[in-house]
Design a protein around this ligand. Structure first.
Ligand SMILES: [Zn+2]
Length: 828
């Protein structure tokens, strides 16, 4: 969504149809009640040799303790929902009254939850009156943020053994699913990410990693009304909801209501009583459908909440405060069980009815001081369609499977369907006839919010403060054609059966020998994502080479070198004159260089390309941009004449020779130019190159301006990468290769300073530059300034990354300052 193209924002009153949630007073105080232990279940001290809070438990100790409690207690059933890449089992425990936690009891719990999620269930009131609420506690998704798991073991122990009224009121009304660690490999290595450098709190919709995929299958079996995702961060005061702006528009109103009126006040009262310092009711991204709060909310109707505790506090303090916030939350849910379950069912009825009427939920802002900037268009959306395409069978299968595994019903047309208002992605509506075989996803079903979340043309950002990406439309990520309609239609169609994961494409007989150069420490994610793709999806072997390996002539053993995202300055310096010469000699004598992001800029620095590179002056916060693709290029095999880059403050790449361009951004003033997600100043990309394929002596240089394997989300661009690795040589190549020599004189004018930067980005209108600067200076921030017409961008170092002190505290401080903000983006 471009700011230019936005409809005038109309502040729409929120349909306040939901009855206010009023917390019932606890007949028995959740925290102040003196615990009474039956002594039937071994304590953490007895099993592990130390009490919770004395030291951090290990991943193995988590599983050891779960097994001990399961063995001792009829209140507990445990199991394994996934195995990490490094072979660690991810265990869960379900705690409830023995009759609920038994195999038959759990089958009834699952059946009741499924019935409540079904909008056509007629006895929902009776089910809500008797069924336990399913509540989830999930810790340690970021491996270095340990204490959620420690707190969870304490809660497991207390729920399994206590018989006082405070524990009993939870057990009488709930089953609690406890997942102490969502990332055992990261826990063992004290890394935020998992083995392949995926941030598992960004993997929720794509489910590329086993830790996430197994978790979502367990959630589907035990869908929560409350999901707590427990973290640590750099700010000193504890954070719990109410959040939060921006909020994704398809989060149901009752969830915001639960946070604002039920859970938030309950936790706040207890923290006030204990004088634990906290902040809430402030900026906190509840927007991107990649997190452990937004996905349980939009996908399962749960109240998804993120808790954050200062990561430099002692393990005793971290585990204690996470214990308090979670114990109060599950007590609050238990006490309000019946009304929560009724509301939960009504949420699905409402979603279905919104689907029938083709109504999208409007945007709103929740916090005092936030100003609604953009509204959701009011046009009707009743159906999505995905066009069948012989070249896109694998992508279509992946997307259909992804929808089905979130309980979306997908159909296929059995007869042609005439649609008068078919609106292809990023295009204007037109009348068309969709052929039989087209996939049809009606919005009139229980997963209406999730369907919009996945198949949207745009995310309709309400308020431009981001902690992550702003666009994730799945058909665009996969480069599958389709569109939507607001018409009332009755297609002839058949339900599509459960789809399997498509097989990986067959490798050619002669697989090239591949070396991968991780351009710098900042490129660890990109390198990890590629390693995952090679090891686990394509089953291609490769070697990692360093700058000194290259300088020492190591490339002689390889056909192909990949330079991933990272800082090109660091890589260029590391190569030195000798490394640059070795690289150029290898390419000109027949090697193939493939680079993206900083790896593309490095080709400019090392004079392997005639492309030029410049810093972006636009603000495109992790969004999808359409590119025109030259179908004559072998890189376009199976791609079609257009695609989408995942653009995230990447260098602006210009080709000096247009015949080398494989994909380019359309001219900004044309209808083809299209952004899905937040963008400001994106016009500067119009007409520039997205992918080039250039002869260099006997070799070849293929450059992607943006990461083609972003978090393994971008299956559309991944196909271009496959073609670059394993596809045909360019047809013009034979002649060019004879003639061309690397023209160092014409080589790249390269002046990028922001490539590889992964800190906080703040862009304000020029009139607010001084105000913003004062906020940054007061916070002790270290920043650089980029100026462009009418606006000023600050690139701010963020020690501690996405949950560092500045990443958490600067957004609210900037908003309070009254600065006129174009965008605030925390590091991803
Ligand atoms: Zn975290």
């Amino acid at each position: 969504m471009s700011r230019r193209l936005l409809l005038a924002a109309v502040a729409t009153a929120i349909a306040a149809a939901v009855a206010p949630a009023i917390a019932l007073a606890a007949p028995c105080d959740p925290i102040q009640t003196t615990p009474h232990f039956r002594g039937e279940v071994p304590s953490p001290q007895q099993v592990l040799g130390f009490p919770i809070g004395a030291q951090e438990v290990t991943a193995a100790q988590i599983n050891q303790y779960i097994a001990a409690v399961d063995a001792a207690s009829t209140r507990v059933t445990s199991g394994t929902f996934a195995t990490s890449w490094e072979g660690r089992p991810l265990e869960y425990a379900i705690v409830g009254r023995p009759e609920n936690a038994s195999p038959t009891g759990l089958a009834a719990v699952r059946a009741d939850a499924a019935a409540l999620r079904n909008p056509s269930t007629t006895n929902a009131a009776q089910i809500a009156a008797r069924a336990p609420a399913i509540l989830w506690l999930a810790g340690n998704v970021h491996g270095g943020e340990e204490s959620g798991a420690d707190a969870d073991l304490r809660i497991l122990y207390e729920l399994a053994d206590r018989d006082d009224c405070a524990a009993q009121q939870i057990l009488d009304n709930a089953v609690v699913v406890i997942v102490p660690t969502q990332n055992p490999d990261g826990r063992e290595h004290e890394t935020r990410q998992n083995h392949y450098h995926f941030d598992l709190n960004r993997d929720w919709f794509a489910r590329t990693q086993p830790e996430t995929d197994g978790k979502l299958e367990l959630i589907r079996q035990y869908p929560p009304v409350l999901f707590l995702d427990v973290h640590e961060m750099g700010g000193q005061h504890y954070f719990f909801p109410p959040n939060k702006d921006p909020i994704y528009h398809e989060v149901a109103d009752n969830i915001i209501d639960w946070q604002d009126k039920l859970y938030g006040p309950a936790i706040q009262a207890e923290f006030d009583r204990q004088r634990i310092q906290y902040f809430n009711d402030d900026l906190y991204d509840f927007f991107a459908l990649v997190y452990g709060d937004t996905v349980p909310s939009v996908g399962f109707g749960a109240n998804g909440m993120t808790f954050e505790k200062y990561n430099f506090a002692s393990i005793a303090e971290r585990a204690y405060e996470h214990y308090v916030s979670q114990w109060v939350s599950i007590s609050t849910a238990a006490l309000n069980r019946s009304s929560i379950l009724s509301t939960w069912h009504q949420e699905y009825v409402d979603a279905y009815n919104e689907g029938v009427n083709g109504r999208l939920e409007p945007n709103f802002v929740n916090d005092k001081g936030s100003k609604l900037q953009f509204q959701v268009p009011t046009g009707r959306v009743r159906h999505y369609f995905l066009l069948d395409d012989p070249d896109k069978q694998a992508e279509l299968q992946s997307l259909v499977r992804r929808l089905q595994r979130m309980d979306v019903s997908v159909y296929r047309l059995t007869a042609p369907l005439t649609v008068s208002d078919f609106r292809p992605y990023g295009r204007s509506p037109r009348a068309t006839t969709l052929p039989a075989g087209t996939y049809w996803i009606p919005m009139a079903q229980q997963q209406k919010h999730w369907i919009q979340g996945m198949l949207n043309e745009d995310t309709y950002v309400a308020f431009p403060y981001f902690y992550d990406i702003s666009g994730w439309s799945n058909p665009l990520l996969l480069n599958v054609r389709g569109g939507r309609s607001g018409q009332v239609l009755s297609p002839s169609a058949a339900l599509v059966s459960s789809q399997a994961e498509p097989a990986a494409p067959a490798l050619p007989a002669d697989v090239p020998r591949i070396a991968v150069f991780q351009t710098s420490g900042g490129g660890a994610d990109s390198f990890g994502w590629l390693s995952y793709l090679f090891d686990q999806v394509w089953h291609v072997s490769f070697d990692r080479v360093t700058a000194s390996d290259i300088a020492a002539g190591a490339l002689a053993d390889y056909d192909l070198l990949i330079a991933t995202e990272g800082n090109p300055e660091v890589a260029n310096t590391a190569l030195g004159a000798k490394g640059r010469r070795a690289l150029a000699d290898w390419v000109t004598s027949g090697g193939r260089y493939i680079g993206w992001g900083g790896g593309a800029v490095l080709a400019g620095r090392t004079r392997l390309t005639t492309n030029t590179f410049a810093d972006p002056h636009s603000d495109v916060a992790g969004a999808l941009l359409r590119v025109n693709v030259d179908e004559g290029s072998p890189l376009a095999d199976g791609v079609g004449d257009e695609g989408y880059t995942f653009y995230d403050y990447d260098p602006v790449m210009r080709a000096t020779n247009p015949s080398y361009v494989v994909a380019s951004y359309p001219a900004a003033e044309t209808q083809d130019f299209y952004v899905s997600g937040f963008a400001d100043g994106e016009e500067e990309l119009g007409g520039t190159a997205a992918i080039t394929d250039e002869p260099a002596g006997l070799g070849r240089v293929v450059l992607f301006g943006s990461e083609p394997n972003f978090r393994a989300y971008t299956l559309g661009m991944r196909k271009v990468l496959w073609n670059a690795l394993f596809g045909e040589e360019p047809s013009a190549g034979a002649a060019l290769r004879r003639a061309a020599v690397l023209d160092a004189a014409a080589a790249s004018a390269t002046s990028t300073t922001t490539t590889g930067f992964n800190g906080i980005r703040l862009t304000v209108y020029g009139r607010s530059a001084a105000t913003a600067r004062a906020v940054l200076d007061r916070a002790g921030a270290d920043y650089r300034v980029l100026r462009s017409a009418g606006k000023v961008s600050f690139l701010i170092a963020s020690p501690g990354g996405a949950e560092g002190r500045l990443a958490v505290t600067l957004g609210p401080a900037v908003r309070r300052s009254g600065a006129d903000v174009i965008v605030f983006v925390a590091p991803s």
